[in-house]
Ligand binder design. Structure first.
Ligand SMILES: NC(=O)c1ccc[n+]([C@@H]2O[C@H](COP(=O)([O-])OP(=O)(O)OC[C@H]3O[C@@H](n4cnc5c(N)ncnc54)[C@H](O)[C@@H]3O)[C@@H](O)[C@H]2O)c1
Length: 268
C-alpha cells in the first residue's frame, strides 16, 4: 500500500479524506494541531508549514502528497503569507528535495472567484482571484506548474468548490463536491500515469455548474454524486437577493463582496 502525506490533516477536509482513504493508502498525517485519534495505517508527524526542515521530515519517504494545510479562508496578509505562500513554497521544495514526485494541491474556486456565474470556465481559465486567499491559491497553482515543468514533479491542482455531504445553499449547489468524489479526484492525481501538470475542478456531478470539468473527466473521473436531488429544498430555503448583488453575480460569492471598493488597511 502506498503511503500518502496529508498536510492540514486536522482540518475538516482532512477528516473526510481520512475516512475515504482508510484501507486504500497508509496515511502520514501532518498539521500544527496534534492528531491523537490515529487509526490503523495512520501516523502523525507535526510540522509548521513555515519550517522547511519540519516539512521535509514530513515528506521524506512518502509516495505522494495531498496538500491541504494552510489558512482556508480570507485572512490578513501576514497570515496568508506565512501559511499559504511561504508554507506552500516549502511544501513543493520539501517534496523536490526528498524525491516525492506526486503532489496534489487543494486549490480553490476562490482562485477564480471573479468569473461571472454565467461564464462557464474550464481548466484553461486563468486565475481571477477574489481575495488574498484566492491569490495564494493562484500562487500555489503557479508554483505547481514551475515544479512540474522545471523540476520534474507531477502536480494536480484541484480547484475545490465546497466539500460537504450535502450542498448548504444555492451557490454551493453549483460547486458542491462530496468527500468520495473529491477522494476520487485526489487518487487520479496521485496515481494516473499521464499526470504532468493538471487543473481539475473539485465538484460532483452538478446540474447548473459554472465549470466544465472535461479535463478531469478525460483522466477517468466519474463522479458518483449528483446535486439534482437537493435542488428544490435548497432553492426554496434561499432568501431572494437584490438585483446587482455581487455575491449573486460572481462565482466567489461573499469573498467577492468582502472589501469591495477598497479597504487598504486590510492588505497591510
Ligand atoms: N473545505 C472546503 O470546502 C474547501 C474548498 C476549497 C478549498 N479548500 C482547501 O482545502 C484545504 C483544507 O480545507 P479545510 O476546510 O479542511 O480547512 P481547515 O481550516 O479545516 O484545515 C486546514 C488545516 O491546515 C492547518 N494549518 C494552518 N496553518 C498551518 C501551518 N502554518 N502549518 C501546518 N498546518 C497548518 C490547520 O491547523 C488546519 O488543520 C485548505 O487548503 C482549503 O483552502 C477547502
Amino acid at each position: 500500500m502506498k503511503t500518502i502525506l496529508l498536510t492540514g490533516a486536522a482540518g475538516g477536509v482532512g477528516a473526510f479524506l481520512r475516512k475515504e482513504f482508510k484501507g486504500i493508502y497508509n496515511l502520514r498525517l501532518s498539521d500544527i494541531v496534534p492528531i491523537t485519534d490515529l487509526s490503523e495505517g495512520e501516523t502523525f508527524v507535526p510540522a509548521n508549514l513555515t519550517d522547511l526542515d519540519a516539512v521535509k521530515a514530513a515528506t521524506d519517504g512518502v509516495d505522494g502528497i495531498f496538500h491541504l494545510g494552510g489558512y482556508s479562508i480570507e485572512g490578513d496578509w501576514q497570515t496568508i503569507l506565512d501559511a499559504n505562500i511561504i508554507g506552500l513554497r516549502n511544501l513543493y521544495e520539501a517534496a523536490y528535495q526528498t524525491g516525492v514526485k506526486r503532489v496534489v494541491f487543494a486549490s480553490s474556486n476562490h482562485a477564480a472567484g471573479f468569473y461571472r456565474r454565467d461564464n462557464i470556465i474550464d481548466h484553461t481559465a486563468i486565475p481571477r482571484p477574489d481575495s488574498r486567499y484566492g491569490v495564494s491559491k493562484a500562487f500555489g497553482e503557479a508554483m505547481g506548474a514551475l515544479y512540474a515543468d522545471k523540476y520534474g514533479l507531477e502536480v494536480t491542482c484541484i480547484r475545490i468548490g465546497n466539500v460537504a455531504m450535502e450542498p448548504a445553499d444555492k451557490r454551493r449547489l453549483s460547486i458542491w463536491v462530496t468527500p468520495r468524489d473529491l477522494a476520487q479526484l485526489v487518487s487520479i492525481g496521485l496515481e494516473h500515469p499521464k499526470i504532468h501538470y493538471e487543473i481539475f475542478y473539485g465538484m460532483s456531478d452538478n446540474k447548473q455548474a459554472w465549470w466544465d470539468n472535461s479535463n478531469a473527466l478525460s483522466f477517468g473521473y466519474q463522479p458518483k454524486d449528483k446535486n439534482e436531488q437537493f435542488f428544490d429544498e435548497v432553492l426554496a430555503a434561499e432568501p431572494p437577493k437584490e438585483d446587482g448583488d455581487l455575491t449573486e453575480i460572481y462565482q466567489g460569492g461573499t469573498f467577492v463582496a468582502s472589501e469591495a471598493g477598497g479597504a487598504p488597511q486590510k492588505t497591510r
